[in-house]
Design a protein. Structure first.
Length: 302
């Protein structure tokens, strides 16, 4: 099966997961700390560890230094998700998602510096279009006290950098060691991050309170969401074994387009599950940004 299928499975499934995340944040974490959601992510990773260990007996084969770096990759991924969820707590999904385009730009630089991946003129032009599209969607038209969403930009740029470094580490060791062994230790890193959150008393109390109040809903909705997100992550990471880091990250950046399309569908047919601003000015702004991002993706993927 083509690596492109796995690369595209990431943005499609992540777009679905983004709307799930927005629903969960709005419904259950509007005034609470969204970091608690990452405990559920860590739990899903922990549940997969015995299965990976059963099918891959050599998970302890890598040297300790390699294992430590792979674990760091998992911790960085969870840190990126924390930045993302904090941004999603205040903004629409279709406004947050375009900032994932920062990750490919960081990946281009890391790929060039560490992996020796070179950037062609079309790739540089595509990167510029991606940045321009991100800036357009981050500006609030019509003025206001804060026309540029600085907090959103800082959170999502931090998210993009952490994702790029995490992806770089994963690619290096997935090729050097083995895909499922690397995945195992990355999930260990995610579990360590989750355990760190649970060690903080306010987060531990909030986690317990959320479970008491909404156990069934969180297990079904968030459980489904975590499985969808896991599928997207595994697909995108698997594609890293067959294609350059910058290309896979560029394809992953199409998450924005899928989030935008799914947001329109939800607002039109199932508004109780999610709402996007569908005014003419907002549609035009987001549409232009999406077209610029799409054009940039085409150029960088050439």
């Amino acid at each position: 099966m083509s690596w492109l299928f796995f690369a595209l499975s990431g943005p499609v499934l992540w777009a679905v997961s983004t709307h799930f995340d927005k629903y969960l944040v709005e419904r259950y974490f509007k005034h609470d700390d969204v970091a608690v959601l990452l405990v559920f992510t860590a739990c899903v990773g922990v549940l997969t560890l015995p299965f990976i260990a059963a099918f891959v007996p050599a998970i302890a084969a890598p040297p300790p230094r390699s294992i430590a770096l792979i674990i760091l990759s998992g911790i960085l991924y969870m840190g990126a998700m924390l930045f993302y969820l904090r941004a999603l707590q205040r903004e629409e999904a279709s406004v947050v998602a375009p900032f994932f385009q920062a990750s490919p730009l960081f990946s281009y630089l890391l790929g060039y510096a560490v992996l020796g991946e070179t950037l062609s003129a079309p790739q540089l032009a595509g990167g510029g279009l991606i940045v321009l599209g991100t800036l357009i969607v981050s500006v609030r038209l019509g003025g206001g006290a804060q026309p540029f969403k600085l907090r959103l930009a800082l959170l999502m740029l931090g998210c993009g950098l952490a994702l790029a470094v995490s992806g770089l580490i994963f690619k290096i060791f997935a090729l050097e060691v083995e895909f499922w062994t690397t995945t195992f230790w990355m999930f260990v890193g995610e579990a360590i991050f989750g355990a760190g959150l649970m060690a903080i008393t306010p987060y531990r109390r909030q986690f317990a309170a959320v479970l008491r109040q909404n156990l069934a809903a969180l297990l079904t909705i968030n459980g489904s969401n975590e499985l969808i997100n896991l599928g997207g992550s595994l697909g995108s990471r698997y594609a890293l074994m067959f294609a350059p880091l910058s290309i896979v990250q560029a394809i992953a950046s199409t998450t924005t387009l899928f989030v935008f399309l799914f947001g329109i569908a939800l607002s039109t047919f199932w508004p109780q599950l999610g709402r996007e601003d569908l005014s003419a000015s907002e549609l035009a702004q987001k549409g232009i940004a999406a077209l610029l991002v799409a054009a940039g993706v085409v150029l960088v993927a050439r």
